[in-house]
Design a binder for this molecule. Sequence first.
Ligand SMILES: O=C(O)CCC(=O)C(=O)O
Length: 293
Amino acid sequence: MDPTQEHVARIRDQGYTVLERTIAPSTIDDIRGALMRLEREKRFGYATTSFEGRNTVRINNLLAHDEVFWQIPLQPDVLAIAQALLDPELLLSSLCSLTLGPGQTTQPMHEDTQQIPLPRPHVPLSINAVWALSDFTDANGATRIVPGSHRFDHAPDYGRHYDSVAATVPAGSIIVFDSALWHGGGANTTAERRWALSCYYCAGWMRQQENLQLGIPRETAARFPRRLQELCGYSVYRGQWGHIDNHDPIELLGRERARPMVWEASERKAQRKAVAGEAADTTGESRPSPPPA
Ligand SMILES: O=C(O)CCC(=O)C(=O)O
């Protein structure tokens, strides 16, 4: 089986998989350097709710902040897995940092689709890729998971304790999971920070968690690679959802649309069929039989 399919099968079965030591050490340094710079220059501090973590720095909307983050949603191995599980026209739902400081307590167990009013279990709606930018250990707050819980028929009760395992991985690894998997950040009992990012994808027909079209300045989005623009929502799902007066929003970034709207495509198809029919007609092959005398 090819590696993407192996990871997909593992996620379908257990709810998660790990891409070990996938991020180059130099990339980790660049990303951590940018996060530290942002904290310093833009004064990002600890979150103010227990869910987000009162000893955790979360920087949302990362693509707007520094070019070093642009490569993250495009990581080819993760993107291939997410596309296989969701759909080739998937979207980026959010991209944020998860820097757990010393003293951070265990995050409430949750799953990321529990606000979606669909019965569980359901098909994968979103896929989360947690990038470990430092070793993830039991002691420093490695993400905790309940294997197989993406197949449960209910979400966890908020604030209740559940038995879980720590996803301990070496720095540079990426934990990819069906967001319906029960999970949460662990407690950081060390004196060091646990560095991570969450790159969260959703099906192309779903609303994104972050409003990336309004949140990222248009002049910034115009400099993204095309695939990143599409992932951020400068695209039309199946030629139907997300258009602006029959135009693809990617045109706002100075690009040509990828394909016509679904109704234009159907019209052209019907016209081609009619022309083909007429052509066949001249040979007499498809002429209807005359009525009986
Ligand atoms: O920090 C972590 O390991 C997980 C964070 C998380 O699941 C969340 O904030 O939704």
